[in-house]
Design a protein around this ligand. Structure first.
Ligand code: ADP
Ligand code: MG
Length: 492
């Protein structure tokens, strides 16, 4: 089979089991955000390429060996994909880090999680069950589960291959075929991964990777009449457009649209663990995390001491070249994101008090590095407390009591995640019930497992990924009525 085109620096798209140029012949550059240098050129897909990919996925679904293969056979292919990711983790992790700037150790975790995700859904392929429905004795009533068809999967740049895995694995387990569109900033690992699909036993057309920009490649994919379902992770702004575009053909849609998640600290929390949890919650992956704990709510008796301790510990965060193993914070993904985050830092300076950071981190003068930044005395109405920044910017907000913590925490259009830190189990569990978010952590923030559901309340989106919920989103339900009564209906 063909693999990535000659040289190391031009990547073609993967359509119908082959690596191909875009039909226009155009490419676009992708960058190493730690050096600002061009890392590769990538095929620039548009509507015509999307049409070719969807045709391939449609044909593979309708006629194909995949949707009609046994669940056991599909499961085994997914196990092989997991093995391949594990075997090639050094290469994939390095490519991920060079393309998106995250520290290499974190990329290695992402690859491990991606492999686990394929393995999990490999096991689930054989556990999709139908029902016998309890109807009167003159009929047998069944519910059957069937794959939904062609899935369009649009992913962001913060966990490029992992977000692709979250979408591909359940879709493939269900028997769907896929057109994946990686983010234009970070398409490289998905393309490298695609080169191993044939070896894993994925037939041509079952997984297609179209590279390109949101407007020119993403939008035609969402609108395509032969696509049955759209799974999107990205910004709220684009999520709203996706729902509107999908309405014309009444596609099934699932959305994960980020958040402005509260990380809530009561005075009785373990103080050292709390400081770590506050910093980890908002600074991991340079803050480019949809569930980032970007609003840090702190109870007044510990507020001052808490902000001081955060500032002190932030000084120890090692910012630097992401390929170095002790680096804890790399550059932001792109110039666009760098400018956006720096702009929010300026906005913050006009709305609140700055305790740490607040600008570019020089790191030799190259790369999109920004300082881990802490604002305090932030009003929950401030822009830096309401808008998702997607960078290492913490907004610390004091609160008086439990009722106020709950009110402020829930006063946001988003509802992806929330965390509460306390040694009082009554209080902590009252918050678990009161917080309006799809993921709640108690005395931690960020870890999640493939076995557990992931997704948001309110404008953080709808539908759930991972766990048994994840595969549900790729299944239709068919009711079957079987008449057991040999008499004519006798109505006429
Ligand atoms: P960000 O602004 O942080 O890059 P986006 O929501 O714009 O986040 O991007 C997430 C994904 O959505 C990317 O793969 C991007 O190409 C895609 N995308 C952006 N705009 C559109 C659009 N109008 N239609 C479909 N996909 C889009
Ligand atoms: Mg965008």
């Amino acid at each position: 089979m063909s693999s990535v085109k000659a040289g190391v620096d031009t990547y073609q798209m993967y359509i119908n089991g082959k690596f191909v140029d875009s039909l226009s012949g155009k490419t676009f550059p992708v960058y190493d955000p730690s050096t600002e240098e061009v890392l590769a050129h990538v095929a620039d897909g548009n509507r015509q390429d999307v049409d070719a990919a969807v045709d391939a996925a449609r044909t593979a679904f309708d006629s194909g060996p995949w949707s009609q293969s046994t669940p056991q056979a599909r499961g085994q292919v997914l196990f092989r994909i997991a093995d391949i990711i594990r075997k090639h983790t050094p290469e994939l992790a390095e490519l991920e880090t060079r393309n998106c700037g995250k520290p290499i150790v974190e990329s290695e975790y992402d690859m491990a999680d991606a492999a686990t995700c394929f393995e999990y859904y490999g096991g689930m392929a054989t556990k999709v069950l139908g029902h016998v429905n309890p109807v009167p004795a003159n009929a047998l009533s069944l519910s059957m589960r069937e794959p939904i068809g062609v899935a369009a999967q649009i992913v962001p740049w913060n966990f490029p291959l992992l977000m692709a895995a979250w979408k591909l694995a359940p879709a493939l387990a269900a028997g769907c075929t896929c057109v994946l569109k990686p983010a234009e900033q970070t398409p490289l690992t998905a393309l490298r991964f695609a080169a191993w699909l044939e070896e894993a036993g994925v037939p041509p057309g079952v997984v297609n990777v179209v590279t390109g920009f949101g407007e020119s490649a993403g939008a035609p994919l969402v609108c395509h009449p032969q696509v049955n379902k759209v799974a999107f992770t990205g910004s709220l702004e684009v999520g709203k457009k996706i729902v509107k575009m999908a309405a014309d053909t009444v596609k099934r849609v699932t959305l994960e649209l980020g958040g402005k998640s509260p990380n809530i600290f009561f005075a009785d929390a373990d103080f050292e663990a709390a400081i770590d949890g506050a910093l980890f919650g908002v600074f991991i992956n340079q803050g480019e995390v949809c569930s980032a704990g970007s609003r840090i709510l702190v109870e007044k008796p510990i507020y001052k001491k808490f902000v001081d301790a955060m500032v002190e510990k932030t000084k120890r965060i090692k910012l630097g070249p992401p390929m170095e193993r002790d680096t804890k914070m790399g550059p932001l993904v792109s110039k666009e994101q760098f400018d956006r985050v720096l702009n929010y830092m300026e906005v913050g300076k006009g709305e609140a008090k700055l305790a740490a950071g607040g600008g570019r981190a020089m790191n030799g003068g190259k790369g999109y590095f920004v300082q881990p930044t802490i604002f305090y005395d932030v009003a929950n109405s401030a822009r830096i407390a309401r808008e998702e920044i997607f960078g290492p910017v913490a907004a610390v907000i004091p609160f008086e009591n439990e009722a106020e913590a709950i009110r402020v925490a829930n006063d946001t259009p988003y509802g992806l995640a929330a965390a509460v830190w306390s040694r009082d189990i009554f209080k902590a569990f009252r918050l678990v019930k009161a917080l309006k978010a799809g993921i709640i952590w108690v005395n931690h923030m960020q870890p999640t497992y493939v076995e557990a559901p992931w997704g948001g309340y309110k404008q953080s989106g709808f539908g759930r990924e991972l766990g048994p919920w994840g595969i549900e989103e790729y299944l239709e339900t068919k009711q079957v009525y079987i008449n057991l009564d040999e008499q004519p209906i006798g109505w006429y």
